[in-house]
Design a binder for this molecule. Structure first.
Ligand code: GLV
Ligand code: MN
Ligand code: MN
Ligand code: MN
Length: 415
Protein backbone atom coordinates (compact mmCIF):
# COMPACT_ATOMS: atom_id res chain seq x y z
CA UNK A 1 0.00 0.00 0.00
CA UNK A 2 1.31 3.42 -0.91
CA UNK A 3 2.15 5.92 1.82
CA UNK A 4 -0.38 8.35 0.34
CA UNK A 5 -3.28 5.91 0.68
CA UNK A 6 -2.32 5.42 4.32
CA UNK A 7 -2.14 9.20 4.83
CA UNK A 8 -5.60 9.55 3.33
CA UNK A 9 -7.06 6.69 5.34
CA UNK A 10 -10.26 7.44 7.25
CA UNK A 11 -12.39 5.17 9.37
CA UNK A 12 -15.66 3.78 8.02
CA UNK A 13 -18.17 5.91 9.93
CA UNK A 14 -21.20 3.79 9.07
CA UNK A 15 -19.53 0.60 10.21
CA UNK A 16 -18.35 2.30 13.41
CA UNK A 17 -21.86 3.62 14.11
CA UNK A 18 -23.52 0.28 13.51
CA UNK A 19 -21.07 -1.26 16.01
CA UNK A 20 -21.94 1.45 18.55
CA UNK A 21 -25.63 0.76 17.94
CA UNK A 22 -25.16 -2.97 18.42
CA UNK A 23 -23.42 -2.23 21.74
CA UNK A 24 -26.26 0.13 22.68
CA UNK A 25 -28.71 -2.77 22.39
CA UNK A 26 -26.99 -4.77 25.15
CA UNK A 27 -28.06 -3.89 28.69
CA UNK A 28 -30.48 -1.16 27.66
CA UNK A 29 -31.90 1.08 30.36
CA UNK A 30 -34.18 4.06 29.65
CA UNK A 31 -32.40 5.88 26.77
CA UNK A 32 -28.99 4.56 27.79
CA UNK A 33 -27.35 1.52 29.32
CA UNK A 34 -27.05 -0.34 32.60
CA UNK A 35 -24.06 -2.66 32.20
CA UNK A 36 -22.65 -2.89 35.69
CA UNK A 37 -19.33 -4.67 35.89
CA UNK A 38 -19.49 -8.46 35.52
CA UNK A 39 -23.29 -8.46 35.35
CA UNK A 40 -25.03 -10.60 32.72
CA UNK A 41 -25.15 -7.53 30.46
CA UNK A 42 -21.41 -7.02 30.89
CA UNK A 43 -20.90 -10.69 29.96
CA UNK A 44 -23.06 -10.19 26.87
CA UNK A 45 -21.07 -7.18 25.60
CA UNK A 46 -17.81 -9.01 26.40
CA UNK A 47 -18.96 -12.02 24.37
CA UNK A 48 -19.88 -9.66 21.53
CA UNK A 49 -16.52 -7.86 21.77
CA UNK A 50 -14.60 -11.15 21.66
CA UNK A 51 -16.61 -12.15 18.58
CA UNK A 52 -15.87 -8.78 16.92
CA UNK A 53 -12.16 -9.17 17.71
CA UNK A 54 -12.16 -12.64 16.14
CA UNK A 55 -13.93 -11.28 13.06
CA UNK A 56 -11.24 -8.62 12.73
CA UNK A 57 -8.52 -11.26 12.86
CA UNK A 58 -7.31 -10.34 16.35
CA UNK A 59 -5.81 -12.92 18.69
CA UNK A 60 -7.82 -12.65 21.92
CA UNK A 61 -6.30 -12.97 25.38
CA UNK A 62 -8.08 -12.61 28.71
CA UNK A 63 -6.06 -11.94 31.82
CA UNK A 64 -6.71 -13.01 35.41
CA UNK A 65 -8.77 -9.90 36.20
CA UNK A 66 -10.87 -10.17 33.06
CA UNK A 67 -9.19 -7.53 30.92
CA UNK A 68 -9.77 -8.55 27.28
CA UNK A 69 -6.97 -7.91 24.78
CA UNK A 70 -7.19 -8.29 20.99
CA UNK A 71 -3.82 -8.39 19.26
CA UNK A 72 -3.00 -7.48 15.67
CA UNK A 73 0.47 -8.75 14.78
CA UNK A 74 3.14 -6.31 13.66
CA UNK A 75 5.93 -6.73 11.11
CA UNK A 76 8.40 -6.81 14.00
CA UNK A 77 6.11 -8.76 16.20
CA UNK A 78 8.52 -9.11 19.11
CA UNK A 79 8.33 -5.32 19.72
CA UNK A 80 6.17 -3.93 22.50
CA UNK A 81 2.62 -3.24 21.27
CA UNK A 82 0.82 0.06 20.95
CA UNK A 83 -2.16 -0.41 23.28
CA UNK A 84 -5.54 1.27 22.64
CA UNK A 85 -8.73 0.96 24.62
CA UNK A 86 -11.12 1.95 27.37
CA UNK A 87 -14.11 0.22 28.99
CA UNK A 88 -17.42 -1.38 28.02
CA UNK A 89 -18.97 -1.43 31.50
CA UNK A 90 -21.34 1.41 32.41
CA UNK A 91 -22.97 3.11 35.35
CA UNK A 92 -26.49 1.99 36.40
CA UNK A 93 -27.95 4.92 34.47
CA UNK A 94 -25.11 5.15 31.98
CA UNK A 95 -24.86 6.38 28.44
CA UNK A 96 -24.06 4.62 25.17
CA UNK A 97 -20.66 6.31 24.70
CA UNK A 98 -18.73 6.61 27.98
CA UNK A 99 -15.81 4.20 27.56
CA UNK A 100 -17.50 2.43 24.67
CA UNK A 101 -16.25 4.91 22.06
CA UNK A 102 -12.65 4.18 23.08
CA UNK A 103 -12.95 0.41 22.77
CA UNK A 104 -15.08 0.32 19.63
CA UNK A 105 -13.06 3.17 18.09
CA UNK A 106 -9.96 1.00 18.52
CA UNK A 107 -11.82 -1.91 16.91
CA UNK A 108 -12.81 0.31 13.97
CA UNK A 109 -9.17 1.35 13.62
CA UNK A 110 -8.16 -2.31 13.28
CA UNK A 111 -10.88 -2.94 10.70
CA UNK A 112 -9.69 0.10 8.75
CA UNK A 113 -6.10 -1.14 8.76
CA UNK A 114 -7.34 -4.54 7.62
CA UNK A 115 -9.18 -2.91 4.70
CA UNK A 116 -6.02 -1.05 3.74
CA UNK A 117 -3.86 -4.13 4.12
CA UNK A 118 -1.45 -2.11 6.22
CA UNK A 119 0.60 -4.06 8.74
CA UNK A 120 2.24 -1.78 11.27
CA UNK A 121 5.79 -2.34 12.45
CA UNK A 122 4.76 -2.82 16.05
CA UNK A 123 1.79 -4.95 17.04
CA UNK A 124 -1.39 -3.07 17.92
CA UNK A 125 -3.48 -4.33 20.81
CA UNK A 126 -6.94 -3.20 21.76
CA UNK A 127 -8.28 -3.64 25.28
CA UNK A 128 -11.48 -3.60 27.33
CA UNK A 129 -10.56 -2.91 30.97
CA UNK A 130 -12.65 -4.57 33.70
CA UNK A 131 -14.55 -2.37 36.18
CA UNK A 132 -13.59 1.09 35.05
CA UNK A 133 -16.71 2.56 36.61
CA UNK A 134 -16.38 1.32 40.17
CA UNK A 135 -20.18 1.41 40.36
CA UNK A 136 -20.66 -2.20 41.45
CA UNK A 137 -17.20 -2.84 42.91
CA UNK A 138 -15.31 0.07 44.49
CA UNK A 139 -12.94 1.68 43.59
CA UNK A 140 -12.97 2.50 39.86
CA UNK A 141 -10.29 1.36 37.41
CA UNK A 142 -9.12 -1.55 39.54
CA UNK A 143 -8.14 -3.76 36.62
CA UNK A 144 -6.07 -1.21 34.71
CA UNK A 145 -4.56 -0.34 38.10
CA UNK A 146 -3.74 -4.01 38.62
CA UNK A 147 -2.24 -4.22 35.11
CA UNK A 148 -0.03 -1.24 36.01
CA UNK A 149 1.07 -2.84 39.28
CA UNK A 150 -0.82 -0.40 41.52
CA UNK A 151 -3.25 -2.99 42.96
CA UNK A 152 -2.67 -6.62 43.96
CA UNK A 153 -4.64 -9.22 42.03
CA UNK A 154 -6.09 -10.86 45.16
CA UNK A 155 -7.16 -7.50 46.57
CA UNK A 156 -9.00 -6.87 43.29
CA UNK A 157 -10.70 -10.28 43.56
CA UNK A 158 -11.93 -9.37 47.04
CA UNK A 159 -13.83 -6.21 45.99
CA UNK A 160 -17.39 -6.89 47.12
CA UNK A 161 -20.77 -5.81 45.73
CA UNK A 162 -23.91 -5.00 47.76
CA UNK A 163 -25.22 -8.52 47.33
CA UNK A 164 -22.00 -10.03 48.73
CA UNK A 165 -20.72 -11.13 45.33
CA UNK A 166 -16.98 -10.66 44.92
CA UNK A 167 -15.27 -9.40 41.81
CA UNK A 168 -13.21 -12.61 41.69
CA UNK A 169 -16.31 -14.78 42.05
CA UNK A 170 -18.21 -12.87 39.40
CA UNK A 171 -15.30 -13.19 36.96
CA UNK A 172 -15.59 -16.98 37.35
CA UNK A 173 -19.40 -16.92 37.16
CA UNK A 174 -19.46 -15.16 33.80
CA UNK A 175 -16.43 -17.04 32.46
CA UNK A 176 -14.01 -14.11 32.28
CA UNK A 177 -11.37 -15.04 34.81
CA UNK A 178 -8.65 -15.60 32.23
CA UNK A 179 -5.43 -17.55 32.46
CA UNK A 180 -3.02 -14.85 31.38
CA UNK A 181 -1.13 -13.32 34.34
CA UNK A 182 -2.19 -9.73 34.80
CA UNK A 183 0.39 -7.06 34.00
CA UNK A 184 4.09 -7.66 33.87
CA UNK A 185 4.21 -6.42 30.28
CA UNK A 186 5.04 -2.87 29.34
CA UNK A 187 3.31 -1.57 26.21
CA UNK A 188 5.19 0.75 23.86
CA UNK A 189 2.48 3.31 24.56
CA UNK A 190 -1.21 3.69 25.40
CA UNK A 191 -3.85 5.87 23.74
CA UNK A 192 -7.41 6.23 25.03
CA UNK A 193 -10.22 7.87 23.10
CA UNK A 194 -13.14 9.03 25.27
CA UNK A 195 -16.07 11.43 25.20
CA UNK A 196 -15.16 14.60 27.05
CA UNK A 197 -17.80 14.18 29.79
CA UNK A 198 -17.65 17.96 30.06
CA UNK A 199 -19.20 20.85 28.13
CA UNK A 200 -16.16 22.61 26.62
CA UNK A 201 -15.83 21.01 23.18
CA UNK A 202 -19.58 21.08 22.62
CA UNK A 203 -19.89 24.72 23.72
CA UNK A 204 -16.95 25.82 21.58
CA UNK A 205 -18.00 23.61 18.66
CA UNK A 206 -14.60 21.95 18.51
CA UNK A 207 -14.01 18.51 17.05
CA UNK A 208 -11.16 17.13 19.15
CA UNK A 209 -9.88 17.58 22.70
CA UNK A 210 -6.16 17.13 23.28
CA UNK A 211 -6.06 15.93 26.89
CA UNK A 212 -3.10 17.47 28.66
CA UNK A 213 -3.64 15.99 32.13
CA UNK A 214 -6.21 14.84 34.63
CA UNK A 215 -7.59 16.55 37.71
CA UNK A 216 -6.09 15.10 40.87
CA UNK A 217 -8.60 12.93 42.68
CA UNK A 218 -8.51 11.35 46.14
CA UNK A 219 -11.12 8.76 47.08
CA UNK A 220 -11.96 6.99 50.32
CA UNK A 221 -14.16 4.15 51.49
CA UNK A 222 -15.19 4.96 55.06
CA UNK A 223 -16.84 2.65 57.58
CA UNK A 224 -18.74 3.66 60.74
CA UNK A 225 -19.72 1.28 63.53
CA UNK A 226 -22.30 2.00 66.22
CA UNK A 227 -25.03 -0.01 67.93
CA UNK A 228 -28.62 -0.89 67.13
CA UNK A 229 -31.33 0.36 69.50
CA UNK A 230 -35.06 1.12 69.54
CA UNK A 231 -35.84 4.56 68.11
CA UNK A 232 -38.51 5.08 70.79
CA UNK A 233 -37.27 4.38 74.29
CA UNK A 234 -33.55 4.70 73.70
CA UNK A 235 -32.31 8.09 75.04
CA UNK A 236 -30.75 10.57 72.63
CA UNK A 237 -27.70 10.74 74.91
CA UNK A 238 -26.98 7.02 74.44
CA UNK A 239 -27.44 6.72 70.69
CA UNK A 240 -24.69 5.41 68.42
CA UNK A 241 -26.27 5.43 64.99
CA UNK A 242 -23.83 4.63 62.19
CA UNK A 243 -26.36 5.94 59.68
CA UNK A 244 -26.30 9.33 61.42
CA UNK A 245 -22.48 9.34 61.25
CA UNK A 246 -22.63 8.46 57.55
CA UNK A 247 -25.27 11.10 56.81
CA UNK A 248 -23.21 13.72 58.65
CA UNK A 249 -20.21 12.81 56.53
CA UNK A 250 -22.23 13.03 53.30
CA UNK A 251 -23.32 16.55 54.23
CA UNK A 252 -19.82 17.58 55.37
CA UNK A 253 -18.25 16.39 52.10
CA UNK A 254 -20.81 18.39 50.14
CA UNK A 255 -19.92 21.47 52.24
CA UNK A 256 -16.24 20.94 51.40
CA UNK A 257 -17.16 20.86 47.71
CA UNK A 258 -18.98 24.19 48.08
CA UNK A 259 -16.02 25.69 49.93
CA UNK A 260 -13.79 24.92 46.94
CA UNK A 261 -16.35 25.52 44.19
CA UNK A 262 -14.88 28.94 43.38
CA UNK A 263 -11.65 27.23 42.28
CA UNK A 264 -13.41 24.42 40.42
CA UNK A 265 -13.06 21.91 43.25
CA UNK A 266 -15.56 19.05 43.52
CA UNK A 267 -16.30 16.93 46.59
CA UNK A 268 -18.84 14.13 46.51
CA UNK A 269 -20.10 11.37 48.75
CA UNK A 270 -22.27 9.60 46.18
CA UNK A 271 -22.85 6.41 48.13
CA UNK A 272 -24.15 5.77 51.66
CA UNK A 273 -25.08 2.28 52.81
CA UNK A 274 -26.35 1.33 56.26
CA UNK A 275 -27.45 -1.77 58.16
CA UNK A 276 -30.07 -2.67 59.17
CA UNK A 277 -31.39 0.58 57.66
CA UNK A 278 -34.99 -0.07 58.73
CA UNK A 279 -37.76 1.85 60.45
CA UNK A 280 -37.77 1.70 64.24
CA UNK A 281 -34.13 0.72 64.71
CA UNK A 282 -30.87 2.65 64.75
CA UNK A 283 -28.26 1.32 62.32
CA UNK A 284 -25.07 -0.25 63.65
CA UNK A 285 -23.07 -0.12 60.41
CA UNK A 286 -22.59 2.36 57.59
CA UNK A 287 -20.21 2.83 54.70
CA UNK A 288 -19.65 5.98 52.64
CA UNK A 289 -17.70 6.30 49.40
CA UNK A 290 -16.38 9.79 48.81
CA UNK A 291 -13.97 11.62 46.55
CA UNK A 292 -12.54 15.06 45.95
CA UNK A 293 -11.20 16.46 42.69
CA UNK A 294 -9.26 19.57 41.80
CA UNK A 295 -6.89 20.60 39.05
CA UNK A 296 -4.10 21.55 41.47
CA UNK A 297 -2.70 18.54 43.37
CA UNK A 298 -1.94 20.71 46.41
CA UNK A 299 -5.54 21.94 46.68
CA UNK A 300 -6.83 18.41 46.08
CA UNK A 301 -4.64 17.28 48.97
CA UNK A 302 -6.04 19.98 51.26
CA UNK A 303 -9.58 18.94 50.32
CA UNK A 304 -8.76 15.30 51.09
CA UNK A 305 -7.38 16.27 54.50
CA UNK A 306 -10.60 18.13 55.26
CA UNK A 307 -12.62 15.06 54.32
CA UNK A 308 -10.48 12.95 56.60
CA UNK A 309 -11.13 15.36 59.49
CA UNK A 310 -14.83 15.31 58.70
CA UNK A 311 -14.82 11.51 59.04
CA UNK A 312 -13.58 11.77 62.62
CA UNK A 313 -15.99 14.59 63.46
CA UNK A 314 -18.99 12.72 62.04
CA UNK A 315 -18.07 9.61 64.03
CA UNK A 316 -17.51 11.54 67.27
CA UNK A 317 -20.76 13.45 66.95
CA UNK A 318 -22.73 10.23 66.42
CA UNK A 319 -20.89 8.24 69.09
CA UNK A 320 -19.49 5.79 66.55
CA UNK A 321 -16.10 4.43 65.61
CA UNK A 322 -14.72 5.00 62.13
CA UNK A 323 -12.18 3.48 59.83
CA UNK A 324 -10.97 4.45 56.37
CA UNK A 325 -10.95 1.04 54.71
CA UNK A 326 -9.53 2.02 51.32
CA UNK A 327 -7.97 5.03 49.73
CA UNK A 328 -7.19 5.65 46.09
CA UNK A 329 -5.88 8.54 44.07
CA UNK A 330 -5.08 9.39 40.50
CA UNK A 331 -4.58 12.22 38.06
CA UNK A 332 -2.03 14.98 37.76
CA UNK A 333 0.39 15.86 34.97
CA UNK A 334 1.01 12.26 34.08
CA UNK A 335 0.69 12.12 30.32
CA UNK A 336 3.73 11.87 28.08
CA UNK A 337 4.55 15.18 26.41
CA UNK A 338 5.53 13.61 23.11
CA UNK A 339 2.33 11.56 23.04
CA UNK A 340 0.18 14.63 23.82
CA UNK A 341 1.98 16.48 21.05
CA UNK A 342 1.38 13.57 18.68
CA UNK A 343 -2.36 13.84 19.37
CA UNK A 344 -2.29 17.62 18.88
CA UNK A 345 -0.25 17.40 15.66
CA UNK A 346 -2.43 14.61 14.30
CA UNK A 347 -5.62 16.61 14.91
CA UNK A 348 -4.03 19.61 13.18
CA UNK A 349 -2.74 17.63 10.20
CA UNK A 350 -6.18 16.08 9.67
CA UNK A 351 -7.65 19.58 9.66
CA UNK A 352 -9.79 19.14 12.76
CA UNK A 353 -10.53 22.02 15.09
CA UNK A 354 -9.11 21.21 18.51
CA UNK A 355 -7.93 22.56 21.83
CA UNK A 356 -6.10 21.40 24.93
CA UNK A 357 -8.36 20.28 27.77
CA UNK A 358 -7.97 18.74 31.21
CA UNK A 359 -9.92 15.64 32.15
CA UNK A 360 -12.03 15.84 35.29
CA UNK A 361 -13.23 12.22 35.28
CA UNK A 362 -11.28 9.08 36.08
CA UNK A 363 -9.78 7.09 33.21
CA UNK A 364 -7.79 3.89 32.87
CA UNK A 365 -5.19 5.99 31.05
CA UNK A 366 -4.13 7.47 34.40
CA UNK A 367 -2.84 4.09 35.53
CA UNK A 368 -1.31 3.20 32.16
CA UNK A 369 0.59 6.50 32.33
CA UNK A 370 2.49 5.06 35.28
CA UNK A 371 4.08 2.37 33.11
CA UNK A 372 4.24 3.68 29.52
CA UNK A 373 3.94 6.87 27.46
CA UNK A 374 0.24 7.69 27.46
CA UNK A 375 -2.18 10.27 26.09
CA UNK A 376 -5.93 10.71 25.62
CA UNK A 377 -8.18 12.08 22.89
CA UNK A 378 -11.58 13.60 23.69
CA UNK A 379 -14.61 13.90 21.45
CA UNK A 380 -17.51 16.28 22.20
CA UNK A 381 -20.68 15.11 23.93
CA UNK A 382 -23.93 17.06 24.15
CA UNK A 383 -23.81 19.59 26.99
CA UNK A 384 -21.24 17.48 28.84
CA UNK A 385 -24.08 15.25 30.06
CA UNK A 386 -22.77 11.85 31.20
CA UNK A 387 -23.46 9.20 33.84
CA UNK A 388 -26.98 9.90 32.71
CA UNK A 389 -29.03 8.09 30.09
CA UNK A 390 -29.30 11.42 28.25
CA UNK A 391 -25.60 11.21 27.30
CA UNK A 392 -25.48 11.94 23.58
CA UNK A 393 -23.17 12.45 20.63
CA UNK A 394 -23.65 12.18 16.87
CA UNK A 395 -21.55 10.11 14.51
CA UNK A 396 -20.22 13.31 12.94
CA UNK A 397 -19.04 14.44 16.36
CA UNK A 398 -17.26 11.15 17.01
CA UNK A 399 -15.56 10.53 13.66
CA UNK A 400 -12.76 13.14 14.05
CA UNK A 401 -11.61 11.63 17.35
CA UNK A 402 -11.53 8.12 15.90
CA UNK A 403 -9.51 9.33 12.91
CA UNK A 404 -7.05 11.02 15.27
CA UNK A 405 -6.78 7.75 17.17
CA UNK A 406 -6.13 5.94 13.87
CA UNK A 407 -3.37 8.21 12.66
CA UNK A 408 -1.71 8.79 16.02
CA UNK A 409 -1.67 5.05 16.72
CA UNK A 410 -0.28 4.18 13.29
CA UNK A 411 2.41 6.85 13.63
CA UNK A 412 3.45 5.32 16.90
CA UNK A 413 3.17 1.71 15.69
CA UNK A 414 5.23 2.36 12.55
CA UNK A 415 8.01 4.03 14.52
C1 GLV B 1 -14.31 7.07 37.38
O1 GLV B 1 -14.28 6.88 36.23
C2 GLV B 1 -14.53 8.32 38.00
O2 GLV B 1 -14.30 9.37 37.35
O3 GLV B 1 -14.98 8.30 39.15
MN1 MN C 1 -15.38 6.29 31.07
MN1 MN D 1 -18.03 6.61 33.45
MN1 MN E 1 -14.63 7.09 34.19
Amino acid sequence: MSPSSLANARIDGRRFWSTIERSAAIGTWRHGLNRLTLSDADKAIRDQFVEWCGGAGLAVRIDEVGNIFGRRAGRDDHLAPVLLGSHLDTQANGGRFDGIVGVLGALELVRTLNDLGHVTRRPIEIVNWTNEEGARFSPPMVASGCFAGVYERDWVYGRTADDGATLGGELVRIGYRGEVPVGGVVPDSYLELHIEQGPILDAERLQVGVVTHGYTSHGMLVEFRGETAHTGPWPMQSRRSALVAGARLVAAVDDIGWDFAHVGGKASAPRLQAWPNRAGILSEWAQVVCDVRQDDPVIAGIMAERVQRAVGEAAARAGCTCEILDRWNWGGRIFDEAMVELVRDTAASLGYSHRDVASQAGHDAYFLARICPTAMIFTPCRGGITHNDGEDATLDELIPGVNVLLHAAVARADR
